[in-house]
Design a protein around this ligand. Structure first.
Ligand code: FES
Length: 167
Protein backbone atom coordinates (compact mmCIF):
# COMPACT_ATOMS: atom_id res chain seq x y z
CA UNK A 1 0.00 0.00 0.00
CA UNK A 2 1.55 3.34 -1.01
CA UNK A 3 1.52 6.48 1.23
CA UNK A 4 -1.52 8.08 -0.42
CA UNK A 5 -3.49 4.88 -0.07
CA UNK A 6 -2.42 4.49 3.53
CA UNK A 7 -3.48 8.01 4.49
CA UNK A 8 -6.84 7.83 2.76
CA UNK A 9 -7.51 4.10 2.62
CA UNK A 10 -11.19 4.34 3.51
CA UNK A 11 -11.93 7.26 1.22
CA UNK A 12 -10.06 5.70 -1.69
CA UNK A 13 -11.79 2.35 -1.16
CA UNK A 14 -15.11 4.17 -1.21
CA UNK A 15 -14.21 5.91 -4.49
CA UNK A 16 -13.02 2.66 -6.08
CA UNK A 17 -16.20 0.86 -5.02
CA UNK A 18 -18.14 3.06 -7.45
CA UNK A 19 -16.34 1.64 -10.48
CA UNK A 20 -16.16 -1.90 -11.91
CA UNK A 21 -12.80 -3.54 -11.12
CA UNK A 22 -11.76 -3.42 -14.79
CA UNK A 23 -12.65 0.32 -15.03
CA UNK A 24 -10.58 1.56 -12.11
CA UNK A 25 -8.88 4.16 -14.29
CA UNK A 26 -12.16 6.10 -14.30
CA UNK A 27 -11.44 7.01 -10.68
CA UNK A 28 -8.46 9.18 -11.62
CA UNK A 29 -10.28 12.50 -11.08
CA UNK A 30 -11.50 11.83 -7.53
CA UNK A 31 -8.07 10.48 -6.61
CA UNK A 32 -6.40 13.61 -8.00
CA UNK A 33 -8.84 15.61 -5.89
CA UNK A 34 -7.89 13.69 -2.75
CA UNK A 35 -4.17 14.13 -3.44
CA UNK A 36 -4.43 17.85 -4.25
CA UNK A 37 -6.48 18.61 -1.16
CA UNK A 38 -3.40 18.17 1.05
CA UNK A 39 -1.10 20.89 -0.28
CA UNK A 40 -2.92 22.50 -3.20
CA UNK A 41 -1.08 20.53 -5.86
CA UNK A 42 -0.30 16.96 -6.87
CA UNK A 43 3.35 16.00 -6.53
CA UNK A 44 5.27 13.70 -8.89
CA UNK A 45 5.31 11.08 -6.16
CA UNK A 46 1.55 11.29 -5.95
CA UNK A 47 1.24 10.84 -9.75
CA UNK A 48 3.02 7.54 -9.30
CA UNK A 49 0.92 6.59 -6.27
CA UNK A 50 -2.36 7.29 -8.07
CA UNK A 51 -1.07 5.38 -11.09
CA UNK A 52 -0.19 2.41 -8.91
CA UNK A 53 -3.63 2.36 -7.30
CA UNK A 54 -5.41 2.56 -10.67
CA UNK A 55 -2.96 0.31 -12.54
CA UNK A 56 -2.23 2.91 -15.18
CA UNK A 57 0.97 4.80 -16.01
CA UNK A 58 2.10 7.95 -14.18
CA UNK A 59 2.18 9.62 -17.62
CA UNK A 60 -1.55 8.91 -18.03
CA UNK A 61 -2.19 10.59 -14.69
CA UNK A 62 0.01 13.58 -15.61
CA UNK A 63 -1.75 14.03 -18.96
CA UNK A 64 -5.16 14.13 -17.32
CA UNK A 65 -3.95 16.59 -14.70
CA UNK A 66 -2.43 18.81 -17.39
CA UNK A 67 -5.77 19.10 -19.17
CA UNK A 68 -7.73 20.61 -16.29
CA UNK A 69 -7.31 24.11 -14.86
CA UNK A 70 -8.47 22.87 -11.45
CA UNK A 71 -5.50 20.56 -10.95
CA UNK A 72 -1.89 21.63 -10.43
CA UNK A 73 1.45 19.88 -10.44
CA UNK A 74 3.47 22.43 -8.45
CA UNK A 75 3.01 24.66 -5.44
CA UNK A 76 1.95 28.22 -6.25
CA UNK A 77 0.13 31.09 -4.55
CA UNK A 78 -2.43 30.54 -1.84
CA UNK A 79 -4.97 32.11 -4.18
CA UNK A 80 -5.08 31.23 -7.87
CA UNK A 81 -6.66 34.04 -9.83
CA UNK A 82 -7.57 32.44 -13.15
CA UNK A 83 -8.55 34.91 -15.85
CA UNK A 84 -10.36 33.58 -18.89
CA UNK A 85 -8.90 35.17 -22.00
CA UNK A 86 -10.42 32.76 -24.47
CA UNK A 87 -11.86 34.35 -27.61
CA UNK A 88 -15.35 35.46 -26.42
CA UNK A 89 -13.81 36.99 -23.28
CA UNK A 90 -10.99 38.53 -25.34
CA UNK A 91 -13.65 40.31 -27.38
CA UNK A 92 -14.84 41.89 -24.13
CA UNK A 93 -11.37 43.09 -23.14
CA UNK A 94 -10.03 40.11 -21.21
CA UNK A 95 -6.48 40.47 -22.54
CA UNK A 96 -6.20 44.09 -21.42
CA UNK A 97 -7.79 43.12 -18.12
CA UNK A 98 -5.27 40.31 -17.60
CA UNK A 99 -2.42 42.64 -18.46
CA UNK A 100 -3.75 45.29 -16.06
CA UNK A 101 -4.12 42.79 -13.20
CA UNK A 102 -0.62 41.41 -13.85
CA UNK A 103 0.88 44.92 -13.95
CA UNK A 104 -0.87 45.81 -10.72
CA UNK A 105 0.45 42.70 -8.97
CA UNK A 106 3.90 42.86 -10.56
CA UNK A 107 3.72 39.44 -12.19
CA UNK A 108 3.48 37.89 -15.65
CA UNK A 109 0.65 35.44 -16.48
CA UNK A 110 1.55 32.20 -14.72
CA UNK A 111 3.57 34.11 -12.11
CA UNK A 112 3.16 34.43 -8.36
CA UNK A 113 3.33 37.62 -6.30
CA UNK A 114 6.47 38.14 -4.22
CA UNK A 115 4.59 37.49 -1.01
CA UNK A 116 3.52 34.10 -2.38
CA UNK A 117 -0.14 34.99 -1.98
CA UNK A 118 -1.50 35.15 -5.53
CA UNK A 119 -0.79 33.27 -8.75
CA UNK A 120 -2.34 34.80 -11.87
CA UNK A 121 -3.13 32.40 -14.67
CA UNK A 122 -4.73 32.71 -18.11
CA UNK A 123 -7.23 29.90 -18.69
CA UNK A 124 -9.69 28.76 -21.31
CA UNK A 125 -13.45 29.23 -21.27
CA UNK A 126 -15.00 29.11 -17.79
CA UNK A 127 -18.56 29.30 -19.12
CA UNK A 128 -19.26 32.90 -18.17
CA UNK A 129 -18.34 34.45 -21.52
CA UNK A 130 -21.09 37.08 -21.40
CA UNK A 131 -19.82 38.43 -18.06
CA UNK A 132 -16.20 39.09 -19.08
CA UNK A 133 -13.79 40.26 -17.94
CA UNK A 134 -14.13 37.45 -15.45
CA UNK A 135 -11.95 35.13 -13.43
CA UNK A 136 -12.32 32.27 -11.02
CA UNK A 137 -10.43 32.05 -7.77
CA UNK A 138 -9.20 28.76 -6.40
CA UNK A 139 -8.21 28.71 -2.76
CA UNK A 140 -8.60 26.61 0.34
CA UNK A 141 -12.13 28.01 0.57
CA UNK A 142 -13.06 26.42 -2.75
CA UNK A 143 -13.83 28.06 -6.07
CA UNK A 144 -15.49 31.43 -6.62
CA UNK A 145 -16.47 33.25 -9.80
CA UNK A 146 -15.93 36.99 -10.20
CA UNK A 147 -17.70 38.44 -13.20
CA UNK A 148 -17.90 41.88 -14.87
CA UNK A 149 -14.56 42.79 -13.36
CA UNK A 150 -12.26 45.77 -13.67
CA UNK A 151 -8.61 45.94 -12.70
CA UNK A 152 -9.70 48.07 -9.73
CA UNK A 153 -12.29 45.53 -8.50
CA UNK A 154 -9.75 42.71 -8.83
CA UNK A 155 -7.17 44.78 -6.94
CA UNK A 156 -9.68 45.41 -4.14
CA UNK A 157 -10.30 41.69 -3.87
CA UNK A 158 -6.57 40.95 -3.62
CA UNK A 159 -6.28 43.69 -0.96
CA UNK A 160 -9.02 41.97 1.04
CA UNK A 161 -7.05 38.69 0.92
CA UNK A 162 -3.92 40.49 2.10
CA UNK A 163 -5.86 42.11 4.94
CA UNK A 164 -7.11 38.67 6.02
CA UNK A 165 -3.54 37.38 6.02
CA UNK A 166 -2.29 40.01 8.45
CA UNK A 167 -5.20 39.67 10.88
S1 FES B 1 -14.64 32.49 -23.24
FE1 FES B 1 -14.26 33.26 -21.26
S2 FES B 1 -15.75 32.36 -20.01
FE2 FES B 1 -16.13 31.62 -21.98
Amino acid sequence: MNPLQERYSEEIAQVLSKYPADQKRSAVMPLLYIAQREHGYVSREQFAQIAEILEISATDVAEILGFYTLYHDKPEGKYRLQVCNDLPCALRGADQFLEGVCDHLGVKPGGTTQDGLVTVEAVMCLAACHRAPMFQVQSSEGIAYHEDQTVESAARLVDSWRATEVE
